[in-house]
Design a protein around this ligand. Structure first.
Ligand code: TTP
Ligand code: MG
Length: 359
């Protein structure tokens, strides 16, 4: 049986949630970002993107690029709640679903009679029941599906074979493909390989010589839109963390302890909801000189209560005793209990880097 995988990704997710409660802003350039001097853009509406405003650029720069844009502060509680409603609909559409982020998921559709119709139905259901728009990619594997869902946004709906994907995206830079990051793209460029087509045609031996026996062939497979990664319903997370960058550096130890306690509570809440317990509690401290320090302690048994997490984190912070103003503080838990589930999916480096949920 030929494999069939779909990827669905919501359009301008945070902005779209904001527009639901402020419909008068529809059609205008809208940006969701914090207001501190260091804030970055989380999402821009498609109207704002025309001005060059994109995710991850500094909010101050966005203001210069598009002075008429309406800036809205993020409301992560609302986004998470909306994400849960959407993902419930996605899970109802196929037996195997991998939620890959707040606004994206893969569906294994192999063997389904009419995957296109099923995905059209899903997009309509999401539109009807939440008011949000989504884009869909369908292909023989996760890689093709993911690149296709991104190619015709917003409201995209694109199905391609691997051969068709090679033709359609051949002129694009290698970094278009998830799993090929900026550093690798630079190294490829130094070899004169500046497009996916060029990468797909590079002899494997050349890539092995430069990138090694694992990464070399992997890069070539990515460029050829070949991918045997499974859609896996339990994406195993090895650790979970909450961190916060401050609008201004913090010196006061009491203030740092208050913040760390709050982060520990937020982390514990999530762990309790998802019934996960871990044995290792750690902290992360970034100082004003950008040096980053981590400390961790492993406990005799797994825990997830906020009192224990906070107590260990505070102990670690006191022992570390930052000697300079603190720019960022974080708390992390790792060493999760084994669950009665299967092994982790092959690490293929794909998927967007986990965005640390801002606090
Ligand atoms: P994306 O799906 O990458 O972006 P998007 O949904 O805003 O827009 P698109 O139509 O292109 O899919 O990310 C989903 C959400 O994740 C986005 O609404 C905001 C958040 N996000 C950040 O907070 N920081 C980032 O750098 C990115 C890329 C996304
Ligand atoms: Mg999106």
């Amino acid at each position: 049986v030929d494999r069939c995988v779909a990827h669905i990704d919501l359009d301008a997710f945070y902005v779209s949630v904001e527009l639901l409660r402020r419909p008068e802003l529809k059609g205008l350039p809208v940006v969701v970002s914090g207001s501190s001097p260091r804030a970055v853009v989380t999402t821009a509406s498609y109207e704002a993107r025309k001005f060059g405003v994109h995710s991850a650029i500094p909010a101050a720069r966005a203001r210069r690029l598009c002075p008429d844009a309406i800036f809205i502060p993020p409301d992560f509680v609302a986004y998470r709640e909306m994400s849960q409603r959407v993902m419930a609909l996605v899970r109802a559409a196929a037996p195997t679903v991998e939620v890959a982020g707040l606004d994206e998921a893969y569906l294994e559709l192999t063997g389904m009679l009419s995957p296109r119709a099923e995905m059209r139905r899903l997009v309509s259901a999401i539109r009807d029941q939440t008011g949000l728009g989504a884009s869909v990619g369908i292909g023989p594997n996760k890689l093709v599906a993911k690149v296709c869902s991104d190619a015709d946004k917003p409201a995209g709906f694109l199905q391609l074979t691997s051969a068709e994907a090679r033709t359609r995206f051949g002129a694009e830079p290698p970094g278009l493909v998830p799993g090929i990051g900026p550093k690798t793209q630079e190294a490829l460029s130094a070899l004169g390989i500046r497009s996916l087509a060029a990468l797909a045609q590079t002899p494997e031996a050349t890539l092995v010589e430069r990138f090694g026996a694992r990464l070399g062939p992997y890069l070539r497979r990515r460029a050829r839109f070949e991918d045997d990664g499974a859609v896996s319903s339990d994406r195993v997370r090895v650790s979970e963390s909450r961190e916060r960058t401050f609008p201004e550096d913090v010196r006061d130890p009491a203030e740092l302890e208050r913040i760390l306690t709050r982060l520990a509570h937020m982390l514990a809440e999530d762990l309790e909801q998802s019934e996960r317990r871990g044995r290792t509690v750690g902290i992360k401290v970034r100082l004003d000189d950008f040096s980053t320090h981590t400390r961790a302690r492993t406990l005799p048994g797994p825990i997830n209560d906020s009192a224990t997490i906070a107590a260990v984190a505070l102990e670690l912070l006191r022992a570390f005793a930052p000697q300079r103003p603190v720019r960022l503080l974080g708390v992390r838990i790792a060493g999760f209990e084994e669950r009665a589930s299967k092994q982790a999916p092959a690490a293929d480096g794909a998927g967007k880097p986990q965005l640390a949920l801002p606090v």
